[in-house]
Design a binder for this molecule. Structure first.
Ligand code: ACO
Length: 161
């Protein structure tokens, strides 16, 4: 694990705070889809010296499960552990709230993200076939692969990190 930048604070955005769309759209290029889940979600940002470095969006999927709808880190700060920090905090919050599981969906083409989530204890539990071809107007390519399907990964919360 790369050393994390020091002095990072995680803060919850209030309803009147400015939403960091430039980050959210890195993880989800559809502003319509983002706006569809933001209102019902809790948004946390990683901040250092008043600069927003990353964001995570937590959507209450069921009374027992929260979904990470969006997680993104500013490109120049990626690979320094901030994404892991945001996801670990989301797991801790879900455990404190006595939830049973936390899940996250990502594309078949998101190879690095699939590595990261599995390293953090998430396991593949589902497939939303053609999610990206059905819901996005523009084709999405990553690592030379077309994003077609969404893999759903779940971490059960009966243990700690
Ligand atoms: N093979 C294996 N592991 C890899 C690879 C690879 N090719 N690439 C990255 N990783 C692993 C690294 O090993 C690292 O783990 P380690 O620290 O144990 O070595 C991990 O991925 C990266 O960890 P962090 O530094 O904590 O991640 P980062 O701060 O870069 O945040 C994030 C990850 C949020 C995915 C960031 O890269 C980002 O913003 N990407 C663009 C937006 C995006 O794709 N968001 C997710 C979309 S899905 C969703 O939002 C629900």
């Amino acid at each position: 694990m790369t050393a994390r930048p020091e002095k990072i604070k995680l803060v919850q955005l209030g309803k009147d705070d400015k939403v960091p769309y430039e980050l959210l759209l890195l993880a989800d290029p559809s502003k319509n889809l983002v706006d569809g889940y933001l209102k019902q979600s809790n948004i946390y940002i990683a901040r250092k010296d008043n600069e927003t470095l990353g964001v995570i969006v937590l959507f209450p999927l069921t009374p027992d499960t929260v979904e990470i709808k969006n997680v993104a880190v500013k490109p120049k700060y990626q690979g320094q552990g901030i994404g892991s920090l945001l996801i670990e905090k989301a797991i801790e919050a879900a455990i404190s709230n006595k939830l049973k599981s936390i899940c996250i969906g990502t594309a078949n083409s998101s190879v690095e993200q699939l590595c990261l989530y599995q390293k953090l204890g998430f396991e593949i539990t589902g497939l939303k076939k053609n999610f990206f071809t059905d819901n996005y107007t523009e084709p999405i390519y990553e690592n030379g692969i077309r994003a077609k399907h969404m893999l759903v990964l779940t971490r059960q919360l009966n243990d700690t990190l």
